[in-house]
Design a protein around this ligand. Structure first.
Ligand code: FES
Length: 103
């Protein structure tokens, strides 16, 4: 199992917004859904867009390039043109600090 890595403070992640971070050099996007933090890879599986520049809509992230969508909780591609799931990461929050590790 991989090590937990500190990537942000939970206060950095706005409600229903995004926050870009890195995990061992890998770009990740953090989300805050009803106070719970989730993390996916930050690069859309359809193209070279950063999802942290996209829009959170009812638990989904909408890509800023072609409006494809992914389920933030599972990474599942949920709207065309996206068909390949996003990588997701286990998250833990302790004392206001967000930690991630590779799944
Ligand atoms: Fe994200 Fe095309 S790059 S939908």
């Amino acid at each position: 199992m991989s090590e937990w890595t500190q990537v942000a403070k939970s206060d950095d992640v706005p409600a229903d917004g995004t926050f870009p971070a890195t995990l061992n050099g890998e770009p990740v996007c953090l989300y805050n859904l009803d106070g719970e933090i989730f993390a996916t890879h930050d690069v859309c599986t359809h193209g070279n867009a950063n999802l942290s520049e996209g829009f959170v809509v009812n638990g989904y992230i909408e890509c800023p390039f072609h409006q494809g969508m992914f389920d933030i909780r599972t990474g599942e591609a949920s709207a065309a043109p996206c068909t390949v799931a996003l990588k997701t990461y286990p998250v833990k929050v302790e004392a206001g600090v967000v930690w991630l590790r590779q799944a």
